[in-house]
Design a protein around this ligand. Structure first.
Ligand code: NCD
Length: 290
């Protein structure tokens, strides 16, 4: 049974195949492609976009999703996570979509169940479908010509599973990455890094802004989000009339990550990413469950 735990579970060719399917799904899809498939969504952490995106993707292809309300499940009565997953698996679902605040949970579950595990975000580790939809948005914008495109990933990179998955995928697919963040938000890396956002602005094609992951900070690491914003907010003044596209996985902290004006600018791809997310998840579900 194949799983999607990390972006490197897919070869570069498989990534391009997923993109081809996602593009085709924009025009039409067979609404019975995944008929008779049952998918469980198991979210131990909040989600607005990812869960609904997976559920809409499944429903467009005719699969049925069952959401386990974790707050009311037996993990709250002391059942281990693996036992919960094995019990759900005994009902023979075809896929289990998991989000958990601890890194590594989807990987562990994948060795105990027969269903395909799809990682919808685990701690600060990985969020593979987010990186796939981010790269797909870039890929479509540049008509497939992504090799050598320069991207600045800006924000709380060290604590971000979105950054982690994008770094693996985008570097492998030939993009030129610079990490831009205050020193305590930078991971140890071989990539180019800078703390100075203005120093890269004339040299990038894409900016990916990330939310400060305050829930993962053990202590407050910036004087205030306002101070952080004055150095790292992507503003329309900063971008000016440059030919740069702006991405963000959401949820956006308005005027801290990206300012209001830029959020409503054509170059800002936030809602396009959400739209593409459904197409990418349809393609991923087809790949893993069909
Ligand atoms: C992200 C997440 O949950 O990892 N959001 C998402 O899935 N679109 C990013 C975040 O929480 O900042």
């Amino acid at each position: 049974m194949s799983h999607l735990i990390r972006t490197d579970d897919f070869t570069s060719q498989e990534v391009l195949d997923v993109f081809a399917d996602a593009s085709a799904f924009r025009k039409s899809h067979d609404s019975s492609l995944l008929k008779d498939k049952i998918i469980i969504t198991l979210f131990f952490e909040n989600s607005t976009r990812t869960r609904s995106s997976f559920e809409i993707a499944a429903s467009r292809l005719g699969a049925q999703t069952i959401h386990l309300d974790v707050a009311k499940s037996s993990t709250k009565k002391g059942e281990t996570l693996v036992d919960t997953a094995m019990n759900l698996d005994a009902m023979l679902p075809h896929g289990i979509i998991v989000r958990h605040e601890r890194s590594g949970v989807p990987q562990i579950l994948s060795s105990h169940v027969k269903a395909s595990i799809l990682n919808a975000g685990d701690g600060a580790h990985a969020h593979p479908t987010q990186a796939l939809l981010d790269l797909f948005t870039i890929y479509e914008h540049f008509d497939g010509e992504i090799k050598g495109k320069k991207i600045a990933i800006v924000g709380d990179i060290k604590n971000s599973r979105v950054a982690n998955s994008n770094i693996e995928l985008l570097a492998r697919m030939g993009l030129d990455i610079t990490l831009v963040a205050p020193i305590h938000f930078l991971p140890s890396t071989k990539l180019k890094t800078t703390t100075d956002l203005k120093s890269v602005i004339d040299d990038v094609d894409i900016i990916m802004s990330l939310r400060t992951q305050t829930e993962r900070h053990s202590s407050q690491s910036y004087a205030s989000l306002k101070d952080y914003a004055s150095d790292y907010c992507i503003t329309s003044e900063l971008v000016g009339d440059r030919d740069i596209i702006i991405l963000h996985p959401g949820p956006v902290h308005r005027n801290i990550d990206i300012d209001d004006e830029l959020l409503s600018d054509q170059r800002c791809k936030v809602l396009e990413q959400v739209e593409n997310g459904v197409l990418i998840r349809m393609a991923v579900l087809k790949k893993l469950l069909k």
